[in-house]
Design a protein around this ligand. Structure first.
Ligand SMILES: [Zn+2]
Length: 459
């Protein structure tokens, strides 16, 4: 992509920085507007401000933000000077705003490395400008169906992005057949990560997202299952199959609230590793982060060691202190994510209360029919669940669904006012798990910050 001349570069960078400054002064962080302004002035400004940077782009439906966090942490631990687009604005203009704001006034990048979270449909727009060294695809689950028309369309969007970036190394989940199919018919190198059969995690089998074999249209068979449609898949007709991971988890020794202890095998060596974020899906994210560092051509040991000190990010298992009681927040936005969250919160031998919040705004997807495909029964029938608060714009629909799942009036309370919810939470004596979707998370987080003092991400 041709870079703009120096005058246009300076004008575009100045407009971006000035717009962002003004927006933040008025309390609006993390918006795409500064990027829109900058790209109006110079369409190719992104090519200038990313020139020479070594960039990892992370896409996929679940786990993007946590993966980005882990990769940035691993790169920083490896001695790299690394930028992360923290604002959560993961469409083209939001990413542009972050990259431009972190360049000099002459449009030269201040960082050598960048980890960029990118929406699945925006990948094809972004890659021609930034020439990523690696593209990480976390996984593909049904998500926000009304935006992309289903998971197969999302896969096509990502494939177009990959085809526009043939020199990028792909970092792919070996057990997820949809994103694994991106390796077919492209010249890109691939680094695979995954969980071996010996890990023995047996989640619920749900093949509704798995699709058919991309080579021959045959059905997949599984040697073993991890969760949803992830596992040791193999086409019964043509033999298209899971690839052996370059970074693989050979066993999970312990899963606890403060993280997991795993055996990680890479480059012929197996070692005990602590991943400081809980739940099986974070074991995947951790293996993916190490694979991303491998794709960047860097030594792995410091990256592997960094997994023990990784911290949760904005809304992904973020912990709040409510007058001495613990509240953990888990962003949930589709059935697969919800089911994993339920496995996590019901997996401890301790009583707890829970909050479920459901909005249906643009940032969430307007179609909430996915709640019918979600295993709320697992949560509602857990003997440790003491109280269930239901909030958000669509609290009434969710409450109805929870009633069917076994949560009667003795268990659930619908609270649509977040300040009132906060009053209830302050009285809670059990640890609390909050599971909001995206825009409801922002609202819940705002009231929680009044008592716990966590900072907004741009502060
Ligand atoms: Zn096949």
């Amino acid at each position: 992509m041709k870079k703009p001349n120096v005058i246009m570069t300076i004008a575009s960078v100045a407009a971006c920085k000035f717009t962002r400054f003004v927006l933040r002064k008025t309390g609006r962080g993390g918006t795409a507007v500064p990027g829109i302004v900058a790209m109006k002035i110079s369409k190719n400004i992104l090519a200038a401000v990313s020139d020479g940077m070594k960039i990892v782009v992370v896409t996929g439906t679940n786990g993007k933000t946590t993966s980005c966090n882990m990769i940035e942490h691993a790169l920083t631990a490896s001695g790299c000077n690394c930028l992360l687009n923290k604002s959560g604005a993961n469409l083209l203009h939001g990413i542009a705003a972050d990259l431009i704001s972190n360049a000099t006034w002459l449009g030269k990048p201040k960082y050598d490395y960048a980890v960029l979270e990118c929406d699945e449909a925006a990948l094809k727009q972004l890659v021609p400008f930034v020439n990523p060294k690696a593209i990480v695809v976390t996984n593909l689950f049904s998500d926000q169906v009304d935006r992309y028309g289903g998971v197969q369309n999302t896969l096509k969007e990502i494939r177009t992005g990959v085809e526009r970036s043939p020199k990028s190394t792909l970092v792919l989940n070996a057990e997820e057949p949809l994103s694994a199919s991106l390796a077919l018919n492209v010249p890109n190198k691939v680094v695979w990560y995954g969980l071996d059969a010996s890990v023995g995690v047996q989640g619920n089998i749900d093949l509704s997202d798995a699709g058919k074999c991309p080579k021959c249209g045959g059905d997949y068979e599984y040697d073993y299952h991890v969760y949803a449609h992830l596992g040791g898949f193999r086409c019964s007709k043509c033999g298209h199959t899971r690839q052996t991971p370059d970074v693989s988890v050979t066993s999970i020794d312990k899963i606890a609230a403060d993280g997991s202890t795993i055996q990680l095998k890479t480059e012929g060596k197996t070692q005990t590793v602590h991943v400081a974020l809980p739940a099986v899906y974070n074991v995947y994210n951790a293996a993916g982060a190490v694979a991303a560092v491998k794709a960047m051509g860097l030594p792995l040991q410091k990256a592997i060691d960094s997994l023990a000190s990784v911290r949760s990010s904005f809304g992904r298992l973020e912990t709040f202190d409510l007058n001495g009681n613990r509240l953990q927040m888990i962003l949930v936005k589709n059935p697969a994510g919800c089911n994993q969250a339920f496995s996590y919160v019901t997996g401890f031998d301790e009583d707890f209360s829970a909050i479920l919040c459901l909005n249906d705004r643009t940032g969430d997807g307007h179609d909430i029919s996915w709640i019918n495909d979600t295993d709320y029964e697992k949560l509602c029938t857990c003997p440790h669940l003491k109280k269930l608060y239901v909030a958000g714009d669509r609290a009434a629909d969710l409450s109805e669904r929870l009633r069917k799942a076994g949560a009667g009036d003795d268990l659930q309370t619908v609270v649509t006012d977040y300040n009132k919810l906060l009053e209830y939470l302050k009285q809670e004596k059990y640890p609390i798990f909050a599971m909001p979707n995206y825009t409801s998370m922002m609202e819940l987080r705002a009231v929680l910050n009044q008592v716990s003092g966590n900072k907004d991400f741009w502060e």
